[in-house]
Design a protein around this ligand. Structure first.
Ligand code: BTN
Length: 331
């Protein structure tokens, strides 16, 4: 283990408490000057470390930087995030970066992750609020042997993976909002942006982008999304460990993706339906230039929403923004 890693381990054991430079120096058998140098490196990597004369060093309890090393430590996947983790302190959009890498031939399982996005992108041309330190912004490169028409299934599967990771680690009561938002108490906690490159009738690659509001405080959300967005911190009152969440998502992703590749999509879709709880509900769907109102009959295995309008006609809707009838006062 490198001196820097030993130092980090030592600080971790004492996280939230001051440890003197002398004590660290004796324990690790390195000079105090060397310790100072490694502390500076750790700070550059994003660790929050205070230093004070006579007190020494303190690794803040809130220190939770995302680095490729932190993700790799304890990650038990075979492909996802195992070979290629591209960590960027700041980028415009991890999806944009991942698409470039995929076009250059980056392998399946490549993970692009950023601490901050300056042009985080959401569905339908929207922005994704991506401040540093508080969120998870990742994009995964997939190369499944499927036809372009099957790609919505990847988005449905991703929503299930994200939901399961949040339920198991954070015990959140959440729901999936069609097509792919994760909501808690009616507010958006996470979103998924799937982008695809096709050639003839085959998929070249798929980039799945995941944005999760982890430790964002209410007052830090921009005014325009204050009413509609939430974070794990807001919902639970506690900061959540971003690295653990990323590792859990990657682990589950691999499991679900294996099922998907074995054509075992039915259980994934059933779980999606359970988590979405939308079948039989009266809804309004805004599609570009059109609004549909009706009862949800089903969401099929391709993620298409089947809506029965008040004339009893069935509409197949591929994408849009859903509002529940009780929010519209239709019932
Ligand atoms: C949405 O709900 O509108 C989708 C939001 C997706 C945001 C993520 S953050 C990581 C990845 N990079 C992006 O630019 N967007 C996705």
């Amino acid at each position: 283990m490198s001196t820097k890693d030993q130092l980090l381990l030592y600080l971790r054991k004492n996280q939230g408490n001051w440890v003197s430079g002398e004590l660290i120096s004796n324990n690790l058998s390195v000079s105090r000057a060397a310790i100072w140098k490694h502390i500076q490196k750790l700070k550059e990597e994003g660790y929050i470390i205070e230093s004070a004369p006579k007190k020494g060093y303190l690794l803040s309890k809130d220190s939770d930087p995302i680095t490729a090393d932190e993700i790799r430590k304890g990650l038990c996947t075979k492909v996802f995030g195992k070979q290629n983790i591209i960590y960027l302190k700041e980028t415009d959009s991890t999806n944009t970066r991942a698409k470039e890498l995929a076009a250059e031939g980056a392998p399946e399982g490549t993970l692009v992750i950023a601490e901050k996005q300056t042009k985080g992108r959401g569905r339908r041309g929207r922005n994704w609020f991506s401040p540093p330190g508080d969120g998870i912004y990742i994009s995964l490169i997939l190369r499944p042997a499927i036809s372009p028409g099957e790609t919505p299934r990847i988005t449905l599967m991703t929503a299930v993976v994200l939901a399961e990771a949040l339920i198991s680690l954070m015990k959140l009561k959440l729901s999936i909002k069609w097509p792919n938002d994760i909501l808690v108490n009616g507010k958006k906690l996470a979103g998924i942006l799937t982008e695809i490159s096709t050639e003839m009738d085959a998929v070249n690659y798929i980039v799945v982008g995941l944005g999760l509001n982890v430790n964002t405080r209410f007052e830090n959300f921009p005014q325009e999304i204050k009413k509609s967005a939430t974070s794990i911190l807001i919902e639970t009152g506690n900061r959540a460990p971003r690295i653990k969440l990323i590792q859990k998502c990657l682990k589950l992703y691999e499991q679900y993706y294996d099922m998907f590749k074995k054509n075992n999509f039915e259980p994934i879709m059933n779980r999606w339906r359970e988590l979405a709880d939308i079948i039989g509900k009266q809804i309004k769907v805004d599609v570009i230039g059109k609004t549909h109102i009706g009862e949800v009959v089903d969401v099929d295995n391709d993620g298409v929403l089947i809506l029965k309008d008040d004339q009893g006609m069935l509409q197949r809707i591929f994408s849009g923004d859903v509002t529940l009838a009780r929010q519209l006062n239709l019932n």
